[in-house]
Design a protein around this ligand. Structure first.
Ligand code: CTP
Length: 427
């Protein structure tokens, strides 16, 4: 049993050089990346790099049309593996590349998937290596994931939409398309998703759906309390931990609403984001959603006080050397109030608090859990995590404390979500 001081030292210790366990990224996944003909092939280069960076082993297979847009040499260099382009490739001992490659894969990812290639797939055509592999893959064990890319008119055409519906009915996972400027000069739906969006979709695909059916409400980031139109009081919270939790909860199958203070982080895919600035706005947004939520995770660093009066015009120096007299009023304690009303209504809302401390983490977190009236409180050392991509957490409940050692915020978020999911089943 660690003493309080030892436990805190462990948590504060910043050991970025330590080998981090691989969890919920693509470590060890064997992915066949299939390229079909389209200008979005240029994005497949970045995708290949991102997949390799996420820990996947990537085997590239290209159609003849894809090789018109990007060379196998480029894809070989990026994947670190020779590229396959023909079913007659004599490198395979049994000359059955379509069988061998599809049996070794954890998934076939076709990116970009052209309109023509999707039309071929629905008919089970197999006149070149990539379509042959799609048909020959073991249906139950090797998922087929498609990232379509085409001109907006081609994407909107009833034939394409019919083919997408048929592919889904046949068990393929068809990712959405992006919206915006297209290589042809037009603007609309049909761009291939960006590399990081596709990697995110794959990570979500392999995350167990422990929170399916749950609606998770999360607060994240700092709040900003205006003194006048150009000045205010805020804190160093970056919002990264709360955003990572939102992403992990979405990957775990939850419907997620993220109430975000003023941060410029990108919104995790398929997460509903409500931007707020002040604690009062955050409180209002949370109250509007809490009634329909089943889990509330208060990760935001909410300002405890706000200026009693926010000046309508900028407060000017008058040259006398006098400083303005500021007075403060206390902000509502959002977490405590939501937890109290959940208890009063005997509802199912499971509330999780955070504690950002600078010292005495276990003692402060234990006291804070009781004060807020929540079953679980997550302690962390603010100064050693604000703005960083890693953190260390101390999970405090009625039974005691459990440490989640220093790791990336994304991986910690997944561990926290797993922990919450196991508590929900007993809640
Ligand atoms: N919290 C909240 N509303 C507030 C203040 C805090 O919802 N007005 C939530 C935070 O999101 C966090 C938890 O309460 O989940 C603890 O926040 P923290 O700032 O660590 O604690 P405080 O309650 O503000 O106490 P102190 O500043 O004295 O440590």
């Amino acid at each position: 049993m660690l003493s309080t001081r030892e436990m805190e030292n462990e948590i504060i210790k910043v050991s970025r050089s330590a080998t981090l366990p691989n969890m919920n990224d693509l470590h060890g996944k064997r992915i066949v990346l299939g390229l079909t003909g389209g200008i979005a092939c240029f994005k497949a280069a970045e995708l290949c790099r991102s997949l390799v960076k996420a820990g996947a082993k990537v085997q590239v297979v290209m159609t003849e049309a894809a090789a018109q847009f990007i060379t196998p040499v480029t894809m070989q260099a990026l994947s670190g593996q020779p590229v396959y382009t023909s079913q007659w490739d004599s490198r395979e001992g049994n000359n059955m590349a379509h069988i061998n490659l599809s049996r070794e894969a954890d998934a076939l990812l076709i990116a970009p998937a052209s309109a023509d290639f999707m039309a071929k797939l629905i008919h089970g055509k197999a006149d070149e290596l990539l379509s042959l592999m799609c048909l020959a893959r073991p249906l139950q064990t090797v998922p087929l994931i498609l990232a379509p890319a085409m001109n907006r008119e081609m994407w909107a055409h009833p034939a394409t939409q019919r083919n997408v519906a048929q592919l889904k009915a046949d068990g393929a996972h068809v990712l959405g398309v992006g919206q915006g400027d297209q290589a042809c000069g037009e603007t609309g739906d049909g761009r291939m998703l960006e590399a990081e969006e596709i990697v995110d979709a794959l990570e979500a695909f392999w995350t167990p759906k422990l929170l399916s059916g749950q609606h998770v409400l999360i607060t994240a980031g700092p709040t900003y309390e205006a003194i006048d139109p150009v000045r205010g009081i805020t804190n160093l919270s970056s919002g990264k931990m709360g955003f990572a939790i939102a992403r992990a909860a979405q990957h775990a199958g939850a419907e997620v609403t993220l109430v975000a203070g003023p941060v410029s982080l990108p919104t995790p895919r398929d997460v509903k984001r409500l931007n707020v600035r002040s604690a009062l706005q955050m409180h209002e947004a949370v109250q509007a959603v809490a009634a329909n939520a089943t889990v509330f995770i208060a990760a935001a660093a909410v300002a405890d006080w706000r200026p009693a009066n926010s000046a309508e015009q900028k407060i000017k120096k008058d040259g006398s050397g006098d400083t303005p007299a500021l007075s403060f009023v206390e902000n509502p304690d959002i977490l405590a109030m939501v937890a109290q009303s959940a208890r009063a209504q005997k509802g199912d809302l499971f509330c999780v608090g955070f504690a950002a401390e600078s010292h005495d983490l276990l003692a402060h977190s234990t006291a804070k859990r009781a004060r807020k009236g929540v079953p679980l409180l997550v302690g962390n050392i603010g100064p050693s995590t604000f703005g960083q991509d890693d953190n260390a957490l101390l999970l405090v409940d009625a039974q005691g404390a459990k440490e989640l050692p220093r790791d990336t915020k994304i991986r910690l978020a997944h561990q926290l979500i797993q922990d919450i999911a196991s508590r929900l089943s007993k809640h």
